[in-house]
Design a protein around this ligand. Sequence first.
Ligand SMILES: [Zn+2]
Length: 259
Amino acid sequence: MTDLQTVLLVTVIAGSATGLGALPLFFRKRFSHRTYDSALGLAAGIMIAASVFGLILPGLEDGTLREVIFGVFLGRVALLVGNRLIPHLHTHYLGLFGEGPSRPRTDDETSNLRKAILIGGAITLHNAPEGLAMGVAFASGLEEVAFFLAIIIGIQNVPDGFAFAIPIGETGISNPRVLLYTTLSGLIPQVLAAAFGFGLVSVSVGIFPIAAGFAAGAMIAVVFREMVPMSHGHGYADAATMAFLIGFVILLIVEEVLG
Ligand SMILES: [Zn+2]
């Protein structure tokens, strides 16, 4: 079986990939709605494909349909509960992002900050189930599944990071800080949840199908609940839809090459 160090190393790399999504901000200050909506579509497409090929199918192979379905709904419930808690975290986040521009924040930037916390919170939340699935896969001795999962979760973390970084950048926070927060938004929940998942299975073997369904349920839910609506309403739904399909196909190709 894989040791904890390997699990941590792999999930640190996969989680840190989130930070790559913040790098475009160093080259350009403003991004059009078209670009942002397309990035959301891309992230959504990759995530749907990742949840099907990296989680649902391996889960069915390892366990029963019932377990996977139970996990899927559990993932949705967990996300729902988490989302209820986010408003209470506002004060925390506001403190964290408090050190913004050296000049006083404009009204625009303050309202952007609120928006960023909501968007960022919703996106950050689903990172934990993704990490959990990786940890459980490793602990279950499903090495191939776990490594494949780490690769595709790392890939979908990049556009996730972009979707996180843009609104944070609009609050007037400096680019290095945006990079830091974006990286941490993926890194912390995924590594902690992976370590937790890894420890969990040494207690109860055979929970991978549920954990896989759980992560898939959370990912599919965040796509439908947050990413699709966010990518619409600015007149670029067609561009976002095309990006969604491209994201899906990218992961299909990765799956074909690695699978
Ligand atoms: Zn994701």
